[in-house]
Design a protein around this ligand. Structure first.
Ligand SMILES: Cc1ncc(COP(=O)(O)O)c(C=O)c1O
Length: 377
């Protein structure tokens, strides 16, 4: 069907996932936890290179508990990039701490490290308590940890890496999710692998892992009766969904390769187009989660919304990049250190169909539609 809608990043599931899910159902382990959760955690910890992993029912839940395990709470601030998805900042607010937004590097969309350093110095001068810094590995590219980690260590502030979008990415030989005191992955439906919904906290610190596991299971103490030492949460991943995650993890490298093919197509198509660049181009370790173009309308003679409208007419989905947190009505008045970089990326960036489930016919339709748009400019 030629008019079938082409989505940005649809789930990529097939016979392997079906086999794993059926085997999990037949095993009788349908109730919340079970051997698939244990296996998914240990396989993911091995892949990312951390000592511990705790599977949760969303990435947001893992961010929330990671912050609690690092001691975030009222009267504290947590430094969050302004260019991110709402969940990063929401997790801070759940703990009673307040976010402090920091602008991004315009070439990658990741945290502006110079501004982070200035912000931490300023917060220290003002006697503020900083519970954590949460760098986000935007669109599947690791933040600049060679610089971020020593700056945070010097300031005595732990790092919680939001690697929700970045499973499979590496930087300097180290995997996304393994930087900082803890890292978080998402297996939401649009991510590089999916459990239909789910997440995971990764850490080398056994105390953090134990605390997160305990809080995620209603803070139930290990005694035969129901005894609770804290207000806990019902945040664990189900055994059935973990089975799907294990199948997806086996296919991760193939899925990254398919997304890289889409990126190469876009790189080729826009290479000679004045005023258009690919966000973060040239990072050899990224997972190619989503391709984002940035369009300078003065140079290109058109803007990102023109292309979005042209593709929407042809049933091809695109999205503006995240609206920065400091512009969100819900965060009006929240403290921020800004340069205008995130505002500009929001105004000029466009996310293009990038999923590994896109078929050859989808790819051809996208290519044809963009080609058509560019030749009529
Ligand atoms: C940067 C970022 N952080 C956190 C999340 C939240 O993950 P989840 O949807 O699994 O709760 C997402 C994606 O949804 C994300 O893109």
């Amino acid at each position: 069907m030629t008019n079938e809608k082409i989505h940005l990043s649809p789930p990529d599931v097939g016979p392997l996932e079906e086999r794993y899910a059926i085997a999990a159902i037949r095993s009788g382990w349908v109730a919340p936890l079970g051997p698939e959760v244990d296996a998914f955690e240990s396989e993911m910890a091995r892949r990312v290179g951390t000592a511990h992993a705790v599977a949760t029912n969303s990435g947001t839940a893992a961010l929330h508990l990671g912050l609690l395990a690092l001691g975030a709470g009222p009267d504290q601030v947590v430094v969050v990039p302004t260019l991110t998805f709402a969940a990063t900042a929401n997790a801070v607010v759940y703990t009673g701490a307040r976010p402090f937004f920091v602008d991004c590097d315009p070439s990658t969309g990741n945290l502006d490290v110079g501004l982070l350093e200035e912000t931490l110095a300023r917060l220290r001068r003002d006697g503020r308590r900083v519970a954590a810094v949460m760098p986000v590995d935007m669109f599947g590219r690791c933040a600049d940890y060679e610089r971020i980690l020593p700056i945070c260590a010097e300031a005595g502030v732990p790092v919680l890496e939001d690697a929700a979008e970045a499973l499979g990415a590496v930087r300097g030989g180290q995997a996304a999710g393994s930087f900082g005191q803890a890292g978080v992955l998402s297996f939401n439906g649009n991510k590089i692998i999916t459990t239909s919904g789910g997440g995971m906290l990764l850490t080398d610190d056994a105390t953090i892992a134990d605390r997160v596991r305990y809080l995620a299971t209603q803070a139930r103490r290990p005694v035969p009766h129901y005894e609770h030492g804290d207000i806990g949460y019902n945040y664990r991943l189900s055994n059935l969904l973990a089975a799907i995650g294990r199948a997806q993890l086996r296919r991760l490298d193939t899925m990254i390769a398919r997304r890289r093919d889409m990126r190469e197509l876009y790189a080729k198509m826009f290479a000679a187009v004045p005023g258009v660049r690919l966000l973060g181009e040239g990072d050899p370790g990224e997972n190619y989660w989503l391709t984002v173009i940035v369009v300078d309308p003065a140079e290109a003679g058109w803007d990102a919304r023109d292309l979005a409208a042209h593709l929407a007419d042809r049933q091809i989905e695109t999205r503006p990049i995240w609206m920065p947190m400091h512009l969100q009505p819900v965060h009006a008045g929240v403290e921020a250190a800004l340069t205008g970089a995130a505002d500009r990326l929001f105004a000029t960036g466009l996310t293009l169909p990038s999923g590994s489930a896109l078929k050859e016919s989808h790819r051809a339709r996208v290519e044809h539609a963009i080609d058509d748009f560019l030749t009529t400019r």
